[in-house]
Design a binder for this molecule. Structure first.
Ligand code: NAP
Length: 339
């Protein structure tokens, strides 16, 4: 079997570390993995099982002799460096939002719209984490009935903002217990003032991403626009995104109104057939049980009235919402499948 030379850009971050781990766990056929980050981290080693990877500083030449590059960095790095990777004829999977709405860049969840992949594509965008989790359930529902409106409220964990945000929550929570939060806050704030004007430990923050002039946030716009692009359908989506003080997994309460009358038994039977969904009846899925799991957990499925359904979903934003979907895209590109 052909093996591939891989580059992980942003390998020290929350998503990059999961890409490294799951390339091994899912037995992706690689011949080598090289790990890149900023100057800050170059020279560090990242360890996975018995393997150690030296972190190199990213530059324009990092993509020479690579076949597949996973970008696990923010938009500015994708914008600047992906053209260099493409020039070297690498196949690129971008986790940032920079290219997601470009009409010539497919935005892919392989189980939903993998058919859009064509070997001529050298760049594929990986969707927003809350969007991926939502689409995994909306797609099978839309196979049964036509969707009129979706109202989704998210409960997004700190890992969705990266490693520094998780550290910040850890620090704030400990400081709160030690009664030192106010005194130490200035010295230890890792994140910019704009990002965290508000204390997140033991609080919920109705702001994910940046608040825009139209009163919606960037995250809410991503959910609206990316869901429509992935499902190739146009219905009304009303998202309300909330950051909650958890470390792992995003939860979402969803209300879906259809154009037709619905049958709850038919819906549950159909959802149970989906490989990527785990339908929970007796035991409710909670974040700590869903972290490092590949499925989207669906619970509390019930009818609101004849044409309206509601349910709760939760999944690991770093996996289904990022790393393992990115690896699924790579499997799709090489025409292989997971072991
Ligand atoms: N977290 C999620 O759930 C999630 C889900 C879907 C998509 N995403 C997207 O995935 C991307 C990464 O998110 P994350 O949560 O993993 O962030 P993160 O934990 O903050 O990691 C950022 C990574 O970028 C690297 N980096 C920063 N500046 C760099 C530079 N100048 N050159 C090369 N590397 C640089 C960092 O390396 P250093 O160690 O050198 O700082 C680190 O490895 C973002 O675009 C995010 O929106 C995240």
């Amino acid at each position: 079997m052909k093996k591939y030379a891989i580059a992980i850009v942003g390998a020290t971050g929350a998503v990059g570390q999961q890409v490294l781990k799951w390339l091994h766990e899912l037995h992706f056929p690689f011949s080598s993995i090289e790990t890149f980050a900023s100057k800050r981290s170059s020279g560090r080693f990242i360890h996975y099982n018995r393997h150690s990877y030296l972190v190199q500083e990213l530059n324009e030449n990092s993509f020479k002799n690579k076949n597949i590059c996973f970008f696990c960095t923010d938009e500015s790095i994708s914008k600047k460096y992906i053209p260099y990777a493409l020039k070297e004829k690498c196949f690129v999977i971008d986790n940032s939002s920079f290219f997601r709405l470009y009409h010539d860049v497919p935005l892919i969840i392989p189980s939903i719209n993998g058919h859009l992949f064509h070997p001529k594509h050298h760049l594929i965008a990986n969707p927003n984490c809350a969007t991926s989790i939502l689409c995994s359930v909306l797609k099978p529902l839309s196979d049964l009935y036509s969707i009129q409106t979706v109202i989704v409220s998210t409960y997004q964990s700190m890992s969705g903002m990266g490693l520094n945000a998780m550290e910040e929550l850890k620090y704030q929570s400990l400081a709160e217990f030690n009664g030192k939060y106010k005194r130490e806050r200035k010295n230890h704030f890792h994140l910019s003032k704009d990002t965290f004007k508000y204390k997140i430990a033991f609080n919920c923050l109705p702001l994910v991403g940046t608040l825009l002039d139209d009163s919606w946030t960037t995250e809410e716009h991503k959910i609206i626009n990316e869901t429509k692009k992935i499902l190739n359908q146009d219905f009304k989506i009303i998202p309300n995104c909330v950051r909650v003080p958890t470390f792992h997994c995003h939860g979402e309460t969803v209300v879906v109104k259809f154009h037709q009358k619905i049958d709850l038994n038919v819906i549950i039977k159909h959802l149970k057939k989906q490989k990527e969904l785990k339908i929970c009846h007796k035991i409710l899925p909670i974040n700590s049980n869903c972290a490092q799991r590949l499925e989207v957990f669906v619970s509390r499925i019930r009818k609101v009235d004849n044409d309206t359904l509601t349910f709760y979903i939760v999944s690991d934003n770093l996996l289904k919402g990022a790393a393992t979907n990115a690896i699924d895209i790579a499997f799709l590109a090489i025409g292989g499948c997971k072991e």
